[in-house]
Design a protein around this ligand. Structure first.
Ligand code: GCU
Length: 439
């Protein structure tokens, strides 16, 4: 009986640690008064104490910060993996010119992730709105459940990659079933996006790294080891780094697809994918706009605040996400040479948007706002409007300056409200005249 109870407790603990959004309220602090005091690293002060006062000096500080995030937080992407940029081969495996009742042309594109014909592949699902003149901007983002989950169309290939279990028969034996078609459509309002004149590109994140603690062997990472290497070094990439790398490889492909304006690709991501999105946007200046939705710890939320998820918690529950070095900070957050406001600052002067949800306390909405606020001095140094406010706005009062922000009512999720704001933000910053917007 006692043994049974032990098993049950272990099972519940495992559930709490692995189910997305699951939280242990006994462990995490949700009291603002106990969020602690801290000093954030100043975005404009170099490690050697030199203060940056001109836009011309920013690239030096930017390189320093980027290197610190690579070294201490997300891990470096090996140069062998960067060398393949734009050189991997891809093919369009299906094309449907009248998808979604004629609204869009749909393509499924397979990209080889190494230069071996039988190596791993990544499948891109791309919709481009029909009847538009010239190349269109595209929202690019990874999905959690396979490309077939973002649409109800019966002829989109079902992902055959490893997938997290689900108790509704949509994923059986860690493989998606036909029941998973359309399971994420509420997060992917294709009609709204396409009618606004934007294309949509998506990839299953598990094509790059199966999201579990033993996923490394089946991830892209071993394919880029140095000769004789058997595991990533403590300063090398983990799952977040691999997902971010995949986003850039998708952009390499979009650059070659007629009909896509690859200089107007808006990278977006929710939650753990939102963390990878910010890291990809920080590293790859080709992304025109970067959007984080509920990205929380390791995303837009300040790590130094003791509120909701913490570094120790995230490294324990998801040991495969960050660089090994990041574990040094489990109980030493104050010695971390960066904080997440600096990640947002790396995106400057490009527009960045931080979206939060009021009930998503695990992701620390106030910490996400303060992350955005902390990036503001860099945007202003570069002559941009930045966030433009200092106090956190109330619900449903979107900010659309170069650092955009909103907090909406409700839970950890991606909703139509979020998408309306993302599209509006993109319209503003891509300077799309009203005639090019809604149809
Ligand atoms: C867990 C994790 C978060 C993450 C979330 C998600 O809750 O602790 O850091 O953002 O899953 O990806 O949904």
């Amino acid at each position: 009986m006692a043994g049974m109870r032990t098993y049950l407790s272990i099972f519940i603990l495992i559930l709490l640690f692995t189910v997305p959004g699951a939280q242990n309220p006994n462990n995490a602090n949700y009291d603002e008064a106990k969020a602690g005091t801290y000093r954030l690293p100043d975005p404009l002060v170099m490690r050697n104490g030199h203060r940056i006062t001109t836009a011309g000096e920013w690239p030096v500080r930017r390189a320093e910060i980027l290197d610190l995030f690579a070294q201490e937080v997300y891990g470096r992407t090996p140069s062998s993996a960067m060398a393949v940029k734009g050189r991997l081969t891809f093919e369009t495996v299906s094309r449907q010119p009248a998808a979604l009742d004629g609204l869009a042309t749909r393509q499924e594109i397979t990209l080889r992730l190494t230069n071996r014909a039988d190596g791993p592949r990544m499948n891109i699902l791309l919709y481009l709105p029909n009847g538009r003149k010239g190349p269109v901007p595209v929202f690019l983002g990874m999905n959690f459940n396979g490309n077939q989950s973002v649409t109800n169309e019966p002829d989109v290939a079902i992902s055959s990659a490893w997938m997290r279990a689900d108790n509704e028969g949509r994923v059986l034996n860690n493989r998606a079933t036909a029941k998973s078609r359309g399971m994420a459509i509420s997060r992917w309002p294709l009609g709204m996006i396409l009618r606004s004149g934007y294309g949509v590109a998506t990839i299953y994140y598990g094509d790059l790294y199966p999201d579990h603690a033993q996923g490394l062997a089946d991830s892209i990472i071993p394919h880029y080891y140095q000769p004789g290497q058997r595991s990533p070094g403590p300063d090398e990439w983990g799952a977040l780094g691999a997902w971010a790398w995949g986003m850039s490889r998708c952009l390499d492909v979009l650059e070659k697809i007629p009909g896509v304006n690859s200089r107007q690709v808006i990278l977006h991501g929710h939650s753990r994918i939102g963390k990878a999105t910010l890291w990809a946007g920080a590293q790859d200046p080709r992304f025109a706009i970067v959007i984080s939705n509920d990205s929380g710890e390791g995303g837009a939320a300040l790590a130094r605040r003791n509120f909701g998820e913490t570094i120790e918690r995230i490294n324990t529950a998801f040991p495969h996400w960050f660089a090994g070095n990041f574990k040094k900070y489990n109980r030493e957050v104050d010695s971390l040479p960066v904080d997440q406001h600096l990640l947002l600052a790396l995106i400057a002067p490009r527009p960045v948007y931080v979206a939060s949800a009021a009930e998503d306390l695990w992701a620390d909405p106030r910490g996400e706002f303060l992350g955005a606020r902390g990036a503001d001095p860099v945007y202003r140094l570069l002559g941009r409007s930045g966030l433009g406010i200092t106090a956190m706005p109330g619900l449903h009062q979107p900010v659309t300056t170069t650092i955009g922000h909103h907090i909406r009512a409700g839970k950890h999720d991606v909703t139509d409200y979020d998408w309306e704001q993302f599209i509006n933000f993109a319209n503003i910053h891509l300077k799309r005249p009203a005639s090019m917007r809604k149809r």
